[in-house]
Design a protein. Sequence first.
Length: 213
Amino acid sequence: MMISDASRDILYKGLWQQNPGIVQLLGLCPLLAVSNTVVNALSLGLATTLVMALSSGSVAIIRNLIPNALRVPVFILIIAVLVTVVSLLIQAYAQPLYLVLGIFLPLITTNCIVLARVEAFASKQPTHLSILDGIAMGLGLTAVLVTLGALRELFGKGTLFSGADLVLGEIAKGWTLTLFQNYDGFILAILPPGAFIGLGLLIALRNRLIAGR
């Protein structure tokens, strides 16, 4: 199946050129707070991606029916409803993960990335492109979250995929990879300052790759 130029451009911008995590620097609160392990980062990233795709698609469908004066309140209402649905699903089927992510799940409602894409893109574009834009931007953020989570977990605990059982249950308890035996951990990596340092390194790496072209 051929991908149109418009779709390819949306994917490129969401995943790389306008990546919300390391280019637009939006949604830093969950990015820095929940990226202490791969599992937490991936879970929040996918939840945000789902909300972005659904909210962008919903707004695109009814964009011509929304009065201009009520545009932002209606957008926030749609996002809040979808975040509530996603949050309740996680609470029902993965309660331990729900407890770990805590307040950062409902805070997706106020995440700058979600509202920004709905306002800047979905309110002006066709439904299928709006959904794709939500997915691309969400996956771009997820990629940054997971990369940062892997670095912080690796240096902070010497493991990867710890807490997988929070999502998949008892069957995933043995999925944790211990890469450094008898490792005491580098506490700075799993604290907020470590998140800032890690994000700065990712931004510097991206800038270096672009400059080296």
